[in-house]
Design a protein around this ligand. Sequence first.
Ligand SMILES: [Zn+2]
Ligand SMILES: [Zn+2]
Ligand SMILES: [Zn+2]
Ligand SMILES: [Zn+2]
Ligand SMILES: [Zn+2]
Ligand SMILES: [Zn+2]
Ligand SMILES: [Zn+2]
Ligand SMILES: [Zn+2]
Length: 396
Amino acid sequence: MKKALSLILLVATLMTLASCGSCGDKQKVINAVTTTDSSGTTPPSSTTDPDSTASETNSQTTSPQTTVPQTTPAETTTPSETQPTHKHNYTSTVTTKPTCTKKGVKTYTCSCGDSYTEDINKTAHSWKNATCTSPKTCSVCGATEGAAAKHTWKNATCTTPKTCSVCGETTGTVADHTWKNATCIAPKTCSVCGETTGTVADHSWKNATCTAPKTCSVCGETTGTVADHSWENATCTDPETCYICGATQGEALGHSYVAATCTRAKYCSVCYETFGSPISHSYNNGSCTMCSKADPNAPTFKITGGLPIKVRGCVITSVKTSYSGSTLYLTISGNRESGTGDVGINFDVFPYGYSAHTASGREYIRNVSAGSSFTLTVALEDAIRSEYKTYNIWIY
Ligand SMILES: [Zn+2]
Ligand SMILES: [Zn+2]
Ligand SMILES: [Zn+2]
Ligand SMILES: [Zn+2]
Ligand SMILES: [Zn+2]
Ligand SMILES: [Zn+2]
Ligand SMILES: [Zn+2]
Ligand SMILES: [Zn+2]
C-alpha cells in the first residue's frame, strides 16, 4: 500500500512538473495520456509514458481487470463522479523479487494512480547434496535437510592415516611399512613409500656350470670361470656327453653284438637292442643242434621183420639209429649163440616208395666166440635223401 501511494504521488508530481513546465513536448505528453485515458477506446501509442521505464510488461487492456480488488485504496480515492468514463489500464512491475524464503510482490499500476499488488510464490531452494561435513543445504538461504553423509574412508598407509577422501578428515595412525626383503641391489625397502632400512644383502649366487660362471640370480654379476662339463659315459650309440650343455667328446662305443640263434635275434649285450630276426633251426639227427627242438621233418626208421634177428649163429637184439646229413649210423648189439671167428652181416636201406635201396653195406663181427656179446657200428653213406622220410632197414 505504501508503495502504491508513493507511485501515485510520483505520477502526480510528474504531471505537476509537466503542467508547470514551459516545454511543449512535456505538455504534449500530458495531453496524450489524458486523451488516451479519456477516450478509453484506444491504447496509448506513445512510448514516452513516464511509467514505461519501470515497466516489465505492458497491460494494454481497455477494460479494468476482473481481479482488481474492490477495496483498493486507489479506487476509493478516485472520484468516480469526476471521470465517469475512465477505465483502468494497469502496468505490472515486480516490486519485490521472490526468494526461497520470502514471497515476492508484483504491483499493478494504472496511470490514474490506482494500483494493487499480487504475491509471487517463493522460489524452490537451490539444494546442494549432503557431504560428510554438512547435510543437504540450500546454497541461497542456507536451509538444511536431513543429516550429513558418511565419510568416504581410505585405508591407512604407511604415510597417511585412515583419511576421508572427500573432506580430508583423518582417524587413527599411519599403518606399518610394507617391507620387501633386502637384495644385493637394494636394502629392505617399503614398497609403498620407498623408505629403506639396513644395507643391501649378499648376492644370490648360483653355482657355475659348464656354460656360465658363478652368477647372481638377482643382479647378474658373475665371478670365476665356467665349470667343467658334467660328462655322462659313452654308450653303444652316443659318445661321452655333457648332460648340461650337450657337448660330446670321443666316439660312441658301438654295440657288443651277440650272434643270432634259432631262438633269438642278434642283440647287443650292453643295451639289449636287437637286430634282424632269429636264424633257422639247424636240424640234425631229429633235433636242432642249437636249441634241441625236435625236427618236425625228422626221418623214421623201421627194422624189417622186427627184432630179434638171427643171422649166422648170432642174435641181434638192439639196433639204434642216428644220422648226420645223409649218412645213417647203425649201432647193433647182440650175442653169439654158436661158432667162433668173424661173422659177416649185410645191411640195405630202402626209402618208403622208392624202388631200390639208397645204401647197402657188409660189416663183420670179428673174433666173437659162442656165448659172448657184441656191438657193431655201421655207417651207411648217402642213405638219407631229403625227399624221403620213412626208411626200412633190412639186416641179413
Ligand atoms: Zn486508472
Ligand atoms: Zn533456500
Ligand atoms: Zn569426510
Ligand atoms: Zn612405507
Ligand atoms: Zn647380485
Ligand atoms: Zn657342458
Ligand atoms: Zn648296444
Ligand atoms: Zn633251434
